[in-house]
Design a binder for this molecule. Sequence first.
Ligand code: SF4
Length: 96
Amino acid sequence: MGFISQSALKIRAAYAEFDAEQRFTVPGVRVTDPKAAQCGEVLKGVLKPAQCKLFGRECTPEQPIGALMVSSEGSCAAYYNYEHRKPIAIANAAMS
Ligand code: SF4
């Protein structure tokens, strides 16, 4: 999705002893998806998961690229596991 400046949750000063950023040297950690990933658009509802260029090819539940494919509850993983395979399931049902 990209970096959103001036955003994020922080641990209150009263709990600073539990704050890893206070206790350890943590350089600015930013994790970004590859440029071809369109997770942000899928999250915003601009694209359906299967409209992402990587869906079902480079990005699958077995080898996820974007966060939405990692968890089985992620929108892309759910779409892949259920919606994406509907035509296959319907074709298989018709053959049996
Ligand atoms: S999780 Fe994968 S398929 Fe889904 S939008 Fe991100 S890169 Fe595309």
